[in-house]
Ligand binder design. Structure first.
Ligand SMILES: Cc1cc2nc3c(=O)[nH]c(=O)nc-3n(C[C@H](O)[C@H](O)[C@H](O)COP(=O)(O)OP(=O)(O)OC[C@H]3O[C@@H](n4cnc5c(N)ncnc54)[C@H](O)[C@@H]3O)c2cc1C
Ligand code: SF4
Length: 551
């Protein structure tokens, strides 16, 4: 069995397609501020901005009305959002100071919490590491939060454009001037069909990119503007299920250890979402070494463990989905998250604290800072890089960066495996992040060599465990079969690489067919895992992909 180095088979980022120097079309829609992505970051930005204008006008500050638009690739709000989620309500409180936690779109307060170290048959409760405390927080569905935030934004006059993916940044010199959306109605060969609708240009004085994990526009902008970071961004893949259950889950649960091999970083979560629903998932760092590791399959095996089985038995799988998480932390944050006419907020800028598995409140908070920087810049009539730079200062001086700095080397310590990593992480916690001093260097995930292991076949039972095909159905994915491929796949791939991609992709997009790779693009749920390790993901016709309801 030969070793696979994923980066060797990965096509380059299609920069000339993502950064367009053409002038905007004559029919371009003009906005003052255009936000890409209706997640927590983008919607918090829109709400804060609309409020700043209103407050300034009420105080006689003379702010002009601003035309604020939010583009979202999902057919309707929330359908492409997936999280755990246990939510730190801090950013909600700041954005809605007049509301009480009971008014927020949360399911319930965290009742109790437990962390287990798992072996194949046992679960040993261990003390909750300080970074994993969740008391005072709430469990929630991010789809519900996003729909609720969307309603608040619309009440304030924000224009929400669901079903419109941004395909490229429109630029002029070094300035971002807006975006071009994807066309729709193309046939399998990329030719306009009966339902064809061409791309739309939207121009803006400030574009806020809040496109979430492994953002394509963010990757392109950083490569174009040569904005680096001390370490490359690292990613984990999370596969999640939502279950209707017969008995309530009494605590927020996290596990370490089995079913992951000791040299993989990750763990599982199981959260109560009210008396009759449970969210559970498995999150695995994409720098694992085993080419046959399959996160979807590991999650299925995990459910057979008594800890999960006794909670789920007799219940029903409601939804399934997957998404990556940027987990490089402090040293993987881009040096600059602002530029000429552009700001980057939320996951696309890497604002996630992995030891606590939290990103939602950082995304919202960074969206609010982006709104404040954009508002001040527009009021002064200058949206240059210098005028928008206060955004970086606000983020750097905030709890976002303070929290990420405290855990700066924790994820990185696990490159040496679970046991040594766990020991080092403990010392880091005790020293407030000062141990071991300096920065642990990391290579990007695609640079980790993989060797296939002889894994036995897994046969799902269709009741507790499910195939990728059945799981995909539960994501609500009903993408048109005749859509052109949005995945850029490398040439002349070996059968081993085909197998590797088939394992990486939780949604069954890749299959090995004899010695060749077969690609089923409509199955894609936009998790972006293969964009990290193999074929490039690009935006496709609006409304394609999953239709999550309560993930
Ligand atoms: C399995 C899992 C568990 C997690 N658990 C927790 C948790 O318990 N607590 C917590 O705080 N955080 C958790 N996180 C992290 C958290 O979900 C993210 O940090 C948070 O969602 C980031 O918000 P965002 O707005 O930046 O991105 P997103 O929520 O991803 O929103 C981005 C939006 O942009 C849209 N978009 C993307 N590209 C385009 C485009 N080109 N054009 C138009 N629209 C586009 C997407 O469809 C999406 O709606 C978890 C993440 C995962 C995957
Ligand atoms: S093909 Fe789509 S679903 Fe599969 S790993 Fe890549 S982004 Fe995720």
């Amino acid at each position: 069995m030969s070793t696979i180095l994923p980066v060797r088979h990965q096509p380059p980022l299609p920069l000339d397609r993502l950064i367009l120097r053409d002038p905007p079309s004559a029919e371009a829609i003009e906005m003052d501020v255009l936000i890409v992505g209706a997640g927590p970051a983008g919607l918090a930005c829109a709400i804060e901005l609309a409020r700043l204008v209103k407050r300034d006008q009420e105080a006689g500050g003379g702010a002009p009305d601003l035309n604020i638009g939010v583009l979202e690739k999902a057919g309707s709000l929330g359908e492409h959002n997936l999280s755990g989620a246990v939510v730190n309500p801090r950013a909600f409180r700041e954005l809605f100071p007049d509301l009480q936690p009971a008014d927020f779109p949360f399911r319930q307060p965290v009742p109790d919490e437990a962390v287990y170290f798992m072996t194949g048959s046992r679960a040993q409760r261990i003390p909750t590491p300080p970074t994993m405390h969740n008391r005072g927080y709430y469990t929630a569905s991010i789809c519900e939060m996003v729909r609720w935030l969307g309603e608040r934004a619309e009440e304030l006059g924000v224009n929400l454009f669901a079903g419109f993916p941004a395909d490229a940044l429109l630029v002029d010199g070094t300035a971002v001037r807006g975006v071009r959306t994807t066309p729709s109605g193309l046939d399998r060969d990329g030719q306009p069909g009966a339902e064809y609708a061409g791309p739309t240009d939207l121009t803006a004085r400030v574009t806020v990119v809040a496109e979430g994990t492994r953002g394509l526009l963010g990757q392109a902008w950083r490569e174009w503007q040569k904005v680096g970071s001390p370490n490359p961004q690292l990613f984990a893949l999370g596969v999640k299920e939502l279950w209707e259950v017969r008995r309530p889950l009494e605590a927020v649960i996290h596990t370490l250890g089995w079913p992951l091999p000791p040299d993989a970083f990750g763990g599982s979560f199981m959260y109560p979402l009210g008396p009759s629903q449970v969210a559970l998932g498995l999150v695995v760092g994409l720098d694992y070494h085993d080419a046959s590791l399959d996160v979807h399959e590991l999650l299925q095996r995990m459910k057979l463990h008594p800890l999960f089985r006794r909670q789920l038995e007799g219940g029903t799988l409601l939804e399934w989905g997957a998404k990556t998480i940027p987990e490089g932390g402090y040293y993987a944050m881009p040096k600059r998250r602002s530029g000429d006419g552009v700001l980057f907020a939320g996951d696309t800028a890497g604002f996630v604290d992995v030891p606590s598995l939290k990103g939602i409140h950082y995304a919202m908070q960074s969206g609010m800072y982006a709104a404040r920087a954009a508002f001040a810049a527009l009021k002064s009539g200058d949206a240059s890089a210098a005028a928008l730079a206060p955004y970086d200062r606000m983020v750097d001086e905030s709890y976002i960066v303070a929290d990420m700095h405290r855990t700066r080397n924790m994820r990185l310590a696990f490159k040496d495996g679970l046991y040594l990593g766990g020991l080092k992480a403990g010392l880091m916690t005790l020293t407030g992040g000062r141990f071991p001093g300096g920065r642990i260097e990391m290579a990007e995930d695609a640079q980790t060599p993989r060797t296939p292991s002889p894994a036995g076949p897994f046969v799902p039972d269709g009741t507790l465990t499910f195939s990728k095909l059945d799981a995909n159905f539960k994501s609500g994915n009903a993408t048109r079969d005749t859509i052109p491929s949005h995945l850029i796949v490398g040439q002349d791939l070996s059968a081993e690489v085909a197998d590797f991609y088939a394992h990486v992709c939780p949604a069954g997009v890749y299959e090995r067919d004899g010695d060749r790779l077969k690609v089923n693009p409509p199955n894609c749920v936009d998790c972006k895992a293969t964009d990290v390790l193999g074929p490039r993901w690009t935006p496709r016709e609006g409304g394609s992909g999953p239709k999550y309801r309560a993930m």
